[in-house]
Design a protein around this ligand. Structure first.
Ligand code: ADP
Ligand code: MG
Ligand code: MG
Length: 351
């Protein structure tokens, strides 16, 4: 009998469209003969309100590539699932960002007591919240740039606390610095500040996205990424580099065709690549990730330093995304990668 896989995509985050594209590529991979013999895939679509849709609607979305038009932000009862949900033996969630990659959905799937691809609740939350992530990385002794955690209430406080906070940041972190909402992705809400005025504006902007904010020392560095695959004995891929012309890898650069490119393998010394691969595995373990993660680094060429930037527990997964491309270059084709991820999910459930 074929294993019933629930391909779950869409979601309430800003990366809804990316998720649709990732799911389309994954569905194609399940249609390869060897996967077709093993798995029967049922797609499920979560619209921008968080409402779940049946396989019929999900298939339409995957065919058209267009999100479902929704009315206003209605309060939905998330416990109303399409009937096919009860048939699923293993879930393949491919939702990026909040409400998909952050442990909330993983909690729901855990309650369902069905195996699922990727990290569990702990790994997902730690991978999403940049403050918690950095605390876990620091505990594991992994090198990172200087950072400081800030809360919205400090930023939106009275005229006395806010200037003090900015003084502290200028002193402890300095300029340029990066100001980020702690729980987002795709560079949404991130700014670079070169002076006090920009810092104030950046903090205010980040506070509009999240209660938790992180401020980091800015580095001039090359951006190196590594794919990790596995459960208790995770493996690292070759490493890749993202190149672009803009000031930093912001939202527009990420999602405008032709603004950035991937170089695989990255043209860096073997010693650095090996260091990155080792650190990627350590980062994966430090947050209790499982299945897959893309781990991102800053490589300061001048000094030879490598800093860990972040882990993404459900990275972009289209045919052209860095994660599957890194595995392809390492010798694992997209369809085999998808099969491996399902097997890893089942293996975790058994233990
Ligand atoms: P996201 O999870 O949204 O991708 P990142 O922390 O990876 O957030 O930041 C997005 C981009 O901002 C990075 O890819 C990099 O270009 C730039 N950036 C972030 N932090 C720093 C930093 N400390 N120094 C230099 N550039 C940074
Ligand atoms: Mg991220
Ligand atoms: Mg990033």
């Amino acid at each position: 009998d074929k294993i019933k896989v629930g391909l779950l995509f869409g979601g309430r985050s800003g990366e809804h469209e990316v998720s649709i594209n990732s799911a389309r590529s994954i569905l194609q991979a399940f249609n390869y003969p060897e996967n077709l013999d093993k798995y029967a895939v049922i797609p499920f679509y979560i619209d921008k309100n968080g409402c779940w849709h049946s396989a019929a609607t999900a298939r339409q979305i995957l065919t058209s590539g267009q999100p479902l038009a929704i009315e206003s932000d209605i309060k939905v009862n998330i416990w109303q699932f399409p009937p096919e949900v009860s048939e699923i033996e293993v879930w393949f969630p491919i939702l990026h960002g909040p409400n998909g990659e952050d442990g909330t959905l993983q909690g729901l799937l855990t309650l369902m007591r069905v195996a699922f691809v990727g990290s569990g609740v702990l790994g997902s939350c730690l991978g999403m919240d940049k403050i918690a992530m950095k605390t876990a990385f620091a505990a594991a002794g992994l090198p990172q740039v200087k950072y400081k955690a800030v809360t919205r209430s400090q930023v939106w406080s009275n005229a006395c606390v806010f200037p003090q906070l900015c003084d502290q940041i200028a002193e402890e972190i300095g300029y340029p610095c990066f100001i980020k909402p702690a729980n987002l992705g795709s560079s949404v809400g991130i700014s670079k500040a070169r002076n006090r005025q920009e810092l104030e504006a950046a903090l205010d902007s980040a506070a509009s996205y999240d209660r938790r904010i992180i401020v980091e020392a800015g580095v001039t560095a090359r951006e190196i990424e590594c794919a990790v695959l596995g459960n208790d004995n995770p493996q690292a891929s070759l490493v890749g580099e993202i190149t672009f012309d803009s000031d930093f890898y912001d939202y527009e650069t990420k999602y405008t065709d032709g603004r950035s490119s991937m170089v695989i393998p990255a043209n860096i010394p073997d010693k650095i690549a090996n260091q990155v691969r080792e650190m990627a595995v350590e980062a994966f373990k430090a947050v209790d990730a499982a299945g897959l993660s893309r781990v991102d680094f800053f490589y300061v060429e001048k000094t030879g330093e490598v800093f860990l930037n972040e882990i993404n527990t459900l990275p972009g997964f289209t045919n052209f995304s860095m994660y599957p491309q890194l595995w392809k270059a390492t010798g694992l084709e997209f369809d085999k990668l998808v099969d491996k991820l399902v097997q890893l999910a089942l293996e975790r459930q058994e233990k």
